[in-house]
Design a protein around this ligand. Structure first.
Ligand code: PGA
Length: 251
């Protein structure tokens, strides 16, 4: 049985005070909630410390929003996997479509980031998903398969079992208010799970969590999360307000 994970991607938002206030409010909601779900926050990197302090003693997980493919060295502006571990992160988001799009990240680079994270025991929330024109041409499976293959090329089964979470995030649904229907999302989640099964075996496919992301909000969270194929959510915009994120946690 997979435990659902509700992950907040705060992106480049909030300030130290508002980030800490929001972390406290999420903690309050998560600890009071009836649902047995894991909760994860991915704050902007400078606020990892203050947010971690606000979460001391709670079960809420911390994550980076990105990680470098490199070890220490002359890589101005980058954050290494070890730094994220030092700051209390168990995971990093890797391959988010905004990094693919605005940061020009290739499938190959994302594969190296996953490799680097796993080398030091940092978990990955690996984001995959097709763009609108790719879906209109019926290429969504082809695109997601290419992304999975490149990202997980050098990953062993034991690492996938221990460290991998996948997030299916159709690019046309991110920040647009448009969401994949639970049925469409479930079809893609099944496809991803089958692919993982082919690559790592049936037990890994059964155990791995596949989150849905793309305009998840209080009004659609329950419908999405009730699908047995959907093991949680990666939430952007609606994670920035305590009331909307709390409503998703209890959806
Ligand atoms: P959104 O973002 O919920 O604002 O669509 C999701 C994401 O980018 O992970």
């Amino acid at each position: 049985m997979r435990t659902e994970l509700i992950a907040a991607n705060w992106k480049m938002n909030l300030r130290r005070d508002t980030a800490v206030d929001l972390a406290r409010a999420v903690r309050h909601a998560a600890e009071g909630g009836a649902k047995k779900r894991e909760v994860l926050l991915a704050p902007p990197a400078p606020y990892l410390g203050p947010v971690r302090e606000a979460l001391v003693g709670s079960a809420i997980l911390l994550a980076g929003q990105d990680v470098s493919a490199h070890e220490d060295g002359a890589f101005t502006g980058e954050l290494s996997a070890e730094m994220l571990l030092d700051e209390g992160c168990r995971f990093s988001i890797i391959g988010h479509s905004e990094r693919r799009e605005h940061g020009g990240e290739s499938d190959e680079l994302i594969g190296r980031k996953v490799r680097r994270a796993f080398d030091v025991g940092l978990g990955a929330i690996l984001c995959v998903g097709e763009k609108e024109d790719e879906r209109l041409r019926g290429h969504e499976r082809k695109v997601v398969e290419r992304q999975l293959r490149a990202a997980l090329e050098n990953v062993q089964k034991e690492e996938a079992d221990r460290l991998l979470t996948v997030a299916y995030e159709p690019v046309w649904a991110i920040g647009t208010g448009r969401t994949a229907t639970p049925k469409d999302a479930a079809v893609m989640h099944r496809f991803i799970r089958d692919w993982v099964g082919g690559r790592f075996g049936a037990a890994t496919a059964e155990a791995i969590r596949i989150l849905y992301g793309g305009s998840v909000k209080p009004s659609n969270a329950a419908d999405l999360l009730q699908s047995p194929e959907i093991d949680g959510a990666l939430v952007g915009g609606a994670s920035l307000k305590a009331d909307s994120f709390s409503a998703i946690l209890s959806a």
